[in-house]
Design a protein around this ligand. Structure first.
Ligand code: SF4
Ligand code: SF4
Length: 82
């Protein structure tokens, strides 16, 4: 089962450089062309399912505007004896 992830972009820090969009191997990031942040830039946003939580977007972001979260793998359940 693939690891699930999600990202949170602190939009006020984003300068719309697009590095995260270009670097995402899952192509699930885009610049939000429907709005501007407080600095007048179109902020990056998650646009689709499929984020694996790889963290590449956070690493390449020069503004440290992205936080990545991964879903923890569930612990194996013990087999019940009858
Ligand atoms: S954590 Fe990885 S898969 Fe998820 S948005 Fe960032 S670069 Fe893409
Ligand atoms: S890399 Fe950072 S500053 Fe550049 S578009 Fe992505 S979130 Fe915004």
């Amino acid at each position: 089962m693939p690891v699930k992830g999600r990202v949170e972009v602190t939009e006020k820090y984003c300068k719309a450089c697009g590095l995260c969009v270009a670097a995402c191997p899952q192509s699930v990031l885009s610049l939000a062309m429907d709005r501007l942040n407080s600095k007048g830039y179109h902020p990056a946003e998650l646009i689709a399912a499929g984020c694996t939580g790889c963290g590449i977007c956070a690493i390449v972001c020069p503004e440290a505007a992205i936080e990545v979260y991964r879903e923890l793998a569930k612990a194996a359940q013990p087999v019940q004896e009858r």
